[in-house]
Design a protein around this ligand. Structure first.
Ligand code: ADP
Length: 252
């Protein structure tokens, strides 16, 4: 089974059906970029994978775990909050806004969850945090508070913080869209390295050059459905559907 296996996922907010039967498979080590106009359901779909939203229909497995439910005798039973929290710990998420703890240094931000949630020793967590901050190019800024860091640096700390939980899967929700243009490159290059190191990633982005270079699969969503999916050379380079063509032409 693929690392992520989503089948016929649906989700409504009140009477607004935001996801209308989404299927997605992501093999371990693959990078999938989700593209589509604003309001097409990309963020909602990411949040459903991570159980930040409860789905109304369909099923999502991550690494053979049925997310949010147990499956007995063909019936689905909602897991307890604690069990859902345990599933969520296996998945790293990076948001558009960096959401760092403002009163903690970069290093403290990175060690917080491993120590508080996983019960790791401070020493082990600190050593790994240092190496993760080195990896995102911030090994010399471990004592800085978020307010002393640029947006690009804060986002790199946020990536290190997500990696500190040793996730199976990383979800990125428009990680560069809140950044000044000159800071986008440093975040994308960290993500490129992560992909090259074999991390499984699902990335909502409008960065076409990133999608083109890094994605194994590009998924174009519109109106809560997958319009087309495939290698970037096909979906971006030679789109088959008018909606994809229109979306791409507006970006250029
Ligand atoms: P995208 O990420 O493609 O821009 P979203 O998933 O953010 O799309 O939003 C899809 C639709 O779902 C939008 O119409 C949005 O207003 C609606 N939506 C998202 N989250 C909520 C929520 N918590 N409550 C009500 N409506 C929501």
């Amino acid at each position: 089974m693929p690392l992520v296996h989503a089948v016929n996922v649906s989700k409504s907010f009140h009477h607004n059906e935001v996801l209308k039967g989404i299927d997605l498979d992501v093999d371990a080590g693959q990078v999938v970029c989700l593209l589509g106009p604003s309001g097409s359901g990309k963020t909602t779909f990411l949040r459903c994978i991570n159980q930040l939203e409860t789905i109304d229909g369909g099923r999502i497995w991550v690494d053979d775990d049925l997310m949010g439910y147990s499956d007995r005798d063909g019936k689905l039973y909602r897991l307890k909050d604690k069990e859902i929290a345990a599933q969520r710990r296996e998945i790293g998420m990076v948001f558009q806004r960096f959401n760092l703890f403002p009163h903690m240094t970069a290093l403290q931000n990175v060690i917080e969850a491993p120590v508080q949630v996983k019960g790791e020793s401070k020493k082990a967590a600190r050593d790994r945090a240092q190496s993760l901050l080195d990896r995102v190019g911030l090994g010399d800024r471990t004592a800085a508070y978020p307010a002393q860091l640029s947006g690009g640096q804060q986002q790199r700390v946020a990536i290190a913080r997500a990696l500190a939980m040793q996730p199976k899967l990383m979800l990125f929700d428009e990680p560069t869209s809140a950044l000044d243009p000159e800071l986008v490159g440093e975040v994308l290059s960290v993500m490129r390295e992560l992909a090259a190191d074999g991390m499984t990633m699902i990335v909502v982005t409008h960065e076409m050059s990133f999608a083109r270079e890094v994605a194994d699969t590009v998924v174009f969503m519109d109106g809560g459905v997958v319009v087309e999916a495939g290698p970037p050379a096909d979906v971006i380079g030679n789109p088959q559907h008018q909606r994809t063509k229109t979306f791409l032409s507006r970006l250029r």
